[in-house]
Ligand binder design. Structure first.
Ligand code: NAE
Length: 254
């Protein structure tokens, strides 16, 4: 996908990975970048606007835990303004294994509900034009950080959901791929709670190993967007971009 002249919605575009990825996206000149996030950051929005005056950058407050009907209303407003949307990026996530329900609500249900809501506008069975979904999952969805089993399982769930979406593309007209960062230096990984405090030093231990910066992650993120491969499972770790081949252990045959 050539980013120039497209309309993009980025859920959680103001987080650590999100904001640097927005910077890279804006440089490539989309027509519209609509950022949805829980908390507004006018300085960040102004900075994005200043990078490329030709791009219309807009912000709407959005909490992914709202009922799907609320999401549909917000999308209706956005589609009314933009007419078409080419790409939806789902990036909201928390890492705190003391908050079990909230982890599932944000990392899994929020992503599924936002995807479900946009289908109303995109599904070719409803006369829609199709679209592209880019879900930020995690390498912990491949192999867990077992000290945060709730977070890891929520990420495994979204990796799986995204792979199903990709296989449904012939029916819906909506393609999908996952972006799976390795440990990236952001507020998320600075300090966090392990499940039942099984490892109070989990963040410190993790950060004793090599990590990547948000800029490295963002540069590979836009490469993955540009390559636009339905069903791709991208690993963005240690400054590299690799496509992961998923091992099949079973087949439904349907
Ligand atoms: P961050 O904390 O800077 O960004 C989290 C973003 O999610 C923010 O924009 C925040 O506002 C938004 N958000 C949280 N709750 C929300 C809600 N209820 N509604 C709407 N938005 C909400 O952290 P980040 O590292 O930039 O994380 C961005 C995404 O990347 C998350 O989904 C995270 O799980 C994922 N990710 C991060 C890392 C990492 O190392 N930083 C890795 C993989 C995936 C490696 C690990 O899994 C540890």
């Amino acid at each position: 996908m050539v980013i120039a002249n497209t309309n993009i919605i980025f859920v959680a575009g103001l987080g650590g990975i999100g904001l640097d990825t927005c910077r890279e996206i804006v440089k490539r000149g989309p027509k519209n970048l609509v950022i949805l996030d829980r908390i507004e950051n006018p300085t960040a929005i102004a900075e994005l606007k200043a990078i490329n005056a030709k791009v219309t950058v807009t912000f709407y407050p959005y909490d992914v835990t709202v009922p799907v009907t609320e999401t549909a209303k917000l999308l209706k407003t956005i589609f009314a303004k933009l007419k078409t949307v080419d790409l939806l990026i789902n990036g909201a996530g928390i890492l705190d294994d003391h908050q079990i329900e909230r982890t599932i609500a944000i990392n899994f249900t929020g992503l599924v509900n936002t995807t479900t809501a946009i289908m109303e506008f995109w599904d070719k069975r409803k006369g829609g034009p199709g679209g592209v979904i880019c879900n930020i999952c995690s390498v912990t969805g491949f192999n867990s950080i077992h000290q945060v089993p709730v977070y890891s399982a929520s990420k495994a769930a979204v990796v799986s959901f995204t792979s199903s979406l990709a296989k449904l593309a012939p029916i819906t007209g909506v393609t999908a791929y996952s972006i799976n960062p390795g440990i990236t230096v952001t507020p998320l990984t600075h300090k966090f709670n392990s499940w039942l405090d099984v490892e109070p030093r989990v963040a410190e231990l993790l950060n004793e190993h090599p990590t990547q910066t948000t800029i490295q992650c963002a540069q590979n993120f836009v490469k993955a967007i540009e390559s636009n491969q339905n069903g791709a499972i991208w690993k963005l770790d240690l400054g590299r971009l690799d496509s992961v081949t998923w091992t099949k252990h079973w087949d439904s045959h349907i």
